[in-house]
Write a protein that binds this ligand. Structure first.
Ligand code: CTP
Length: 384
């Protein structure tokens, strides 16, 4: 996902710096090349050896250090980088960056950076609320190349609870992915159903299926990265609840992608107390009644311009079944996967799909990560 991308990390001296080695690891795992610049104080919290080892490059923390080849790293690093991530950004460094003060390796490098910058502030809640910090953050938020992340609320290093925590490395990573993704779905509303439905028998038991919602979550994530406003309707809930939420959300949406594994039937009766074992019989019969078909319901209410995408997980006569669902439910595209394919189906991180369209065309894809499949599905939908 980040293959070949050059990420320049800037650390300042806050306790949240201890989380940055994990961010470097995640970035390297995603294929990025990482270089690091720090303030002197940042190295009180995380060692130069750790940062150098994980990034595989010399750390730039002292403008005048003789290890620097040309002593102009504050210019060459921003030229090398596709993006800079300042994390953690302390109150001090935020104020300096906003004011244009460049008096150490990190701030001089930032001053020369004209490409996208993500800033993840971290500080005590009172420092976060101080007028100087507010002013600096308001200023930086207006720079067109800067994405300023909010602080999270929770326990702070000083022992209190409040707003000032740095966002977690996974959250920052998602912002980095998002910043590299063209905003092809900007202004669009997307509804996604995902995961299993559950149909209660009594207060302690239910009927469900093996769906984990991974494909739906990957779709929601990719839609967000592309700039869409996403309503993710995630099981576990009953088919009727999921249908109600989907109908409401689809009314003003541009598209719905129905990846949930919905129970076709539910118990006719839902016991209010636990069903007890019957002493004088070895059998039990459950009477089931039909659930609403969410895809067919949305297919009926679909207006011109709205797109509807369904899934078909089959075990036999795959193409035939998928084609018939595409037409019967008035879908624009159906994503077929077969349980006969290894690596496809419930709980896997991968999927092997065939896309079927209304004009009878089909596209086959090899086994790919669910993230990659999500991208392919979205690439194949044309929104007006
Ligand atoms: N679907 C739905 N509501 C249902 C059943 C299915 O929205 N009550 C959607 C699924 O989310 C999927 C598509 O319809 O996008 C096909 O689901 P599937 O279970 O394969 O189809 P069914 O019509 O239930 O057919 P069958 O169970 O007979 O294979």
């Amino acid at each position: 996902m980040l293959e070949g991308k050059h990420i320049l990390l800037g650390l300042s001296g806050g306790i949240a710096a201890y989380k940055i080695p994990e961010l470097i690891r995640l970035l390297v795992k995603a294929g990025a090349e990482v270089r690091v610049t720090t303030t002197a104080n940042a190295l009180q919290f995380v060692t130069e050896v750790t940062l150098r080892t994980l990034s595989g490059h010399t750390v730039y923390s002292d403008v005048f250090a003789s290890v620097n080849a040309h002593a102009t790293e504050h210019i060459s690093l921003p030229e090398w980088a596709d993006m800079m991530v300042v994390a953690p950004a302390t109150a001090n460094v935020l104020c300096k960056m906003a004011a244009g003060i460049a008096d150490d390796a990190l701030t001089t490098t930032f001053a020369a950076m004209r490409k996208p910058v993500i800033i993840a502030p971290a500080m005590n809640d009172k420092m976060f609320a101080s007028p100087a910090t507010r002013r600096a953050m308001n200023e930086l938020a207006q720079w067109t190349n800067i994405t300023l992340l909010d602080c999270a609320e929770g326990p702070l290093a000083c022992g209190t609870n409040g707003k000032g925590r740095m966002q977690e490395p996974e959250y920052i990573l998602e912002e980095i992915y998002s910043a590299f993704t063209p905003k092809t779905l900007s202004g669009k509303k997307v509804v996604i159903t995902a995961g299993p439905t559950i149909e209660k028998l009594d207060p302690v038991r239910y009927i469900s299926n093996f769906s984990t919602g991974k494909m739906g979550r990957a779709l929601a994530q990719e839609c967000r990265r592309r700039g869409a406003e996403v309503t993710l309707i995630m099981g576990s809930m009953s088919a009727r609840e999921m249908c109600e939420q989907a109908v409401t959300a689809f009314a003003d949406a541009d598209m719905a992608i129905l990846s949930a594994a919905v129970a076709d039937y539910r118990p006719e009766e839902q016991a209010t107390t636990k069903i007890k074992k019957q002493p004088d019989t070895t059998e039990m019969t459950l009477h089931l009644v039909e659930n609403p078909d969410i895809a067919a319901t949305l297919g009926e209410m679909k207006k011109p311009g709205q797109q509807l995408v369904g899934f078909a997980l089959e075990t036999d006569h795959e193409l035939e079944h998928a084609q018939s669902k595409l037409v019967k439910k008035n879908l624009d595209m159906i994503v077929l996967n077969s349980l006969r394919d290894e690596g496809a189906g419930f709980g896997c991180d991968t999927n092997k799909v065939t896309l079927l369209f209304r004009d009878g065309t089909q596209k086959n894809y090899p086994l790919l990560t669910k993230e990659a499949v999500a991208g392919i599905i979205l690439d194949n939908i044309k929104l007006s």
